[in-house]
Design a binder for this molecule. Structure first.
Ligand code: SF4
Length: 474
């Protein structure tokens, strides 16, 4: 067994069956089609936003180098950040894991008799299961990001790290609001639904005694934190509540404001194709009469940092570009990953948390490399997914059938002759099949889709006939 596999934590929980969950998602063909189209729309928007920046590749290189530099001196930068933030008047807490993070937040709330907490989007608190922890202890927690509030009302989790309710139709959201917010039955107009959510959330903001936000970046030199949102919900929470708690993973720290400029140019463009998030809030100290708590959380990150094949995954700025680009994610939905962070980056991060549970996820990829190509911090996602596959196989967590099929596939693909024979057999089989049967088989992929007509000759034969230079491209 490899060093990386030996250092994995031994946790035994029910394995995620990605294929079965994806099949369930695929049962609703219309949903798969618009889910795929909606995410591809965002991906194309990202492409257009990136094309506006001629120095994009230089920025990627810089962003990657800054993150690698900071991660390699994380201890120094975190201590510098703590000392600057403390000097600014913030109270800094350290949490080894999710349990400790939740306990710290709860202790702050209990000691100040807080019963109502508003939260802006924080995937870290999702990862820690904070909502359930606090609700069990009598704290009313309201997620104030619109997408997060929708899934919270439905007792669901975000299916996407940037667009938490992307898996729902406006009609489904209308039903949810009718049930929980009292909007008229059948209302599905997005503007009217948003207006209803705004009224509902205003009341929650005004009633809250504390606000919790995530942290997109933390500046080691000044002790400041940066919170990026499109809805201004983090700002309203921070501005109104007498207590502000900011939860951040240890990997969020960067050296300072010069480096921040690089990431701010990339984050929104990569995430949604915007030039900048609508709100980019810099918090350096509590306002007068307010308490500012910053909880710095490890929860398995330092273990990941110690894995030579995977430490670069901590460069992630959670833009979700890799997720929107992934053909498997777009057609299998976020819940099929059974994890807080889904898609290619989730499939790289989660096996390190629980190899047994998430063994299927590195295989939920075509290894096409689209994720790696769009990642603003140049994480080699496809290479890391491939490495996890090797570790999963070494750990004996792949079924015998899958291993046999993979081995047979490997033999065939390693031999030009077998590939040629296989493709010849496949073409003859297609020609021999009655057209009606082929159309029925095509229905398995989509009733309205036409099966392409089988080619009359192979590409190799066409190439030789047209170009005549004897290249064997079969
Ligand atoms: S891995 Fe890269 S592309 Fe994916 S969410 Fe993280 S930063 Fe964005």
């Amino acid at each position: 067994m490899s060093g990386a596999a030996r250092s994995l934590p031994v946790v035994h929980s029910a394995p995620v069956d990605h294929a079965a969950a994806a099949a369930a998602f695929n049962a609703n063909e219309a949903r798969v089609d618009w889910h795929d189209a909606a995410l591809w729309f965002v991906r194309e928007k990202r492409d257009r936003a990136v094309e506006e920046v001629p120095e994009w590749e230089l920025l990627r290189e810089l962003a990657s180098n800054i993150k690698e530099h900071t991660l390699s001196r994380l201890d120094e930068y975190l201590v510098a950040f703590e000392s600057a933030a403390t000097a600014n008047g913030a109270i800094v807490h350290w949490a080894r894991d999710a349990e400790e993070h939740n306990r710290i937040v709860h202790d702050i709330l209990v000691s100040r008799k807080v019963r109502h907490l508003v939260k802006s989007k924080s995937m870290l608190t999702e990862e820690c299961g904070l909502n359930a922890y606090l609700e069990e202890r009598g704290v009313d927690v309201v997620d104030t990001d619109l997408g997060e509030r929708i899934v919270q009302l439905r007792r669901e989790h975000p299916s996407h790290i940037v667009m938490p309710a992307i898996h729902l139709t406006k009609e489904e959201i209308g039903e949810t609001f009718a049930e929980h917010l009292g909007t008229p039955a059948g209302l599905s107009d997005p503007t009217e639904l948003t207006a209803a959510a705004r009224v509902h959330l205003r009341e929650k903001f005004l009633a809250a005694h504390a606000a919790l936000t995530g942290v997109n970046f933390a500046l080691a030199d000044t002790g400041g934190i940066i919170v990026c949102t499109n809805e201004g919900n983090a700002d309203l929470g921070m501005a109104l509540a007498p207590i502000h708690i900011a939860s951040m993973g240890i990997e969020k720290v960067i050296p300072g404001a010069n480096e921040l400029a690089v990431f701010l140019r990339m984050l929104a463009r990569s995430a949604t194709g915007q030039r900048l998030t609508v709100y980019t809030s810099h918090v350096h100290r509590p306002r007068e009469g307010q308490e500012l708590h910053i909880v710095i959380v490890d929860n398995g990150r330092s273990e990941q940092l110690g894995r030579k094949d995977f430490w670069r995954s901590l460069k992630c700025i959670r833009c979700a570009a890799c997720i929107n680009s992934c053909p498997v994610y777009r057609r299998s939905g976020g819940y099929s990953y059974g994890a807080t962070v889904s898609g290619p980056i989730g499939s790289v991060l989660t096996p390190g948390i629980d190899l047994h549970k998430y063994a299927a996820l590195p295989f939920a990829s075509t290894l096409c490399g689209s994720c790696t190509a769009v990642c603003p911090v140049k994480i080699d996602l496809d290479a890391q997914l491939y490495r996890w596959r090797q570790i999963v196989v070494d750990a004996g967590l792949v079924s015998v059938t899958k291993q046999l099929v993979a081995r047979a596939g490997g033999r065939v693909l390693a031999s030009r002759r077998l590939v040629a024979v296989g493709s010849m057999l496949f073409r003859s089989m297609l020609r021999a099949f009655p057209a009606r049967l082929l159309r029925r088989l095509a229905g398995a992929w989509g009733r309205d889709r036409e099966l392409p007509v089988p080619p009359r000759e192979s590409f190799s034969a066409w190439y030789r006939r047209e170009r005549g230079d004897g290249h064997d491209v079969a």
